[in-house]
Design a binder for this molecule. Structure first.
Ligand code: ADP
Length: 503
């Protein structure tokens, strides 16, 4: 079994001590035997081996969270103090920004400069935002009759199991922890097995910030084992999950056993519509970012682009130009890298198989269409893929219908607004959508008609801790972020009061 702490030197020269154990009751402890070895996606070489939880280990973590829920150090902690603890955590994260960005870049493959300027800002911003909500979630007083009234109290849901994906390892942890802690819950968080490292540093800072033992427990582990044990555990009151729609179905089944409260944020095949009056430069810039950033590994990626036929050819050639000039491929440490390697070989293979099958079926490749061969020998085994643009496909092809989760987009023409909306909505998903037009009426009319949890007008992928995030249809249940995110982590108790002595 690996030591509970290992000294590492990252490719950018950062030296640090990586905890590897399960974080339970504010201590790093050994698992009962399993491990996960994390690989650098740019080189395919191991970074570190961490402890992976068995169902028994998960049970230990859940029991720690259950005990912390009832412990006066958390249960009786004034909400303002709870917010202050979260503020302290945000400060500590701020002090460790470069370290977190290094770890997520190394573990996930995203460019370091992006992790630093985007992921870290979002992660810290989310904890800070929710620290402010801790003492501002009140109930209501409801007058009923002259003698009676009722009031409501917003109480924590209880022990929350949080299962997160690998595309934004630290940010996803913070999206989940922020509202859960603000509302006074206790947590068992399971990071994705592909990116187990940064969450353990977060655990260390949670202890340093002064959170009582057991309030946050972090257990790495495999989905089918540790994830499933958490989703089915009878003492877990709620499961919050972000990941694929297929896994969400499994989780719903497991959670059904004890009728757990659930929040699910799942897959997408988000449409982006470009109308003929759109600012073409803006539309190209944002639509490129909307699918090609984060290596295309974004659940809200605008991966289906529908462009009015009057401007289709010029949009297509400008998009191709944007890909060829902006999507520079490289390792995580090069300042000029726009697109790093995909997260794992499994994802790399999956994306390439989508590309191959589209090519085999005669879908036209505008640019890209294969694996990328890096110039540096050190990166020859990295999981690099060319940003790929398809056109000339029918809407029924897998490349238009299924989530590829990679730097792959399909651009297709449309003739009318009704047709664009109908095709945008012709999907089982409903996460994000974007509309490009300078016509105000059209922008809001289309935004209202599209079946999606979020719509961007003349933009793509804007995301802010203050704004609710989530999906409709098979893209999810419930909302994260914003005030709406608090609803997922509180339950309302109604107290009926009779003030009259005669009734
Ligand atoms: P991906 O296919 O992109 O890796 P998943 O939805 O499988 O996405 O994974 C997201 C998260 O769900 C990860 O933390 C993973 O370990 C977890 N997970 C996977 N399968 C299960 C399962 N059967 N039960 C609970 N959690 C799971």
């Amino acid at each position: 079994m690996p030591d509970l702490f290992v000294d590492l030197v990252a490719p950018n020269g950062t030296r640090y001590t990586q905890p590897t154990g399960l974080f339970i009751n504010n201590e790093f402890i050994a698992s009962s035997g399993q491990t996960i070895t994390s690989l650098d996606p740019a080189t395919d070489e191991p970074i570190a081996t961490v402890h992976a939880a068995s169902p028994e280990d998960v049970d230990r973590a859940v029991n720690a969270a259950k005990a912390a829920l009832a412990h006066p150090s958390w249960k009786k902690l004034p909400a303002t103090d709870r917010g202050q603890l979260m503020g302290r955590l945000a400060d500590l994260m701020e002090q460790n920004r470069e370290l977190f960005a290094t770890i997520d870049a190394w573990d996930n493959g995203k460019p370091y400069h992006v992790a630093l300027s985007e992921d870290l800002v979002e992660a810290i911003g989310t904890i800070r935002y929710y620290s402010g909500w801790a003492d501002k979630t009140f109930g209501q007083t409801i007058s009923t009759t002259p003698e009676k009234f009722a009031y409501t109290i917003r109480q924590p849901v209880g022990v929350v199991g949080q299962i997160i994906p690998w595309n934004y390892p630290l940010s996803m942890a913070c999206w989940k922890l922020g509202p859960a802690l603000a509302c006074g819950n206790t947590v068992v968080l399971k990071p994705a097995e592909q990116t187990p490292l940064s969450a353990l540093i977060l655990g260390k800072l949670i202890k340093e910030a002064g959170f009582p033992p057991g309030v946050v427990n972090i257990v790495n582990g495999y989905g089918r084992e540790a994830g499933a044990a958490l989703a089915g555990h009878p003492l877990v009151n709620k499961i919050a999950f972000t990941g694929s729609t297929m896994t969400a179905r499994e989780i719903m089944k497991l959670a059904a056993g004890t009728l757990k409260n659930i929040t699910l944020e799942t897959g997408g095949k988000s449409p982006l519509l470009v109308f003929p009056d759109a600012d073409l430069e803006q539309a190209v810039k944002w639509s490129h970012f909307g699918i090609m950033s984060n290596q295309g590994q974004i659940c809200t990626a605008t991966s289906r682009i529908y462009v009015h036929h009057d401007i289709f050819q010029s949009f297509l050639s400008k998009f191709k130009e944007a890909v060829e000039t902006t999507s520079k491929i490289g390792n995580q440490w090069d300042e000029t890298t726009f697109q790093g390697p995909q997260v794992t070989r499994a994802q790399y293979d999956r994306i390439l198989s989508y590309i191959e099958s589209a090519k085999k079926d005669g879908v036209e490749v505008v640019t890209g269409g294969s694996a990328h061969t890096p110039s540096s020998a050190k990166n020859k085994n990295g999981y690099f893929i060319q940003p790929t643009v398809f056109t000339g496909s029918s809407d029924t092809h897998a490349i238009v219908r299924e989530e590829v989760f990679g730097p792959v987009v399909v651009i297709l023409p449309f003739a009318s607004e009704d047709e664009a909306i109908q095709r945008a909505n012709n999907t089982t998903y409903g996460l994000g959508a974007a509309v490009f037009t300078r016509d105000l009426e059209r922008a809001h009319r289309v935004a209202a008609e599209i079946e999606a949890g979020m719509v961007w007008v003349n933009s793509s992928q804007d995301c802010d801790p203050r704004v609710p995030f989530g999906g409709v249809k098979q893209s999810g249940i419930g909302r994260e972020l914003g005030e709406a995110g608090l609803e997922a982590y509180t339950q309302v108790k109604a107290v009926h009061v009779n003030m009259g002595n005669r009734l």
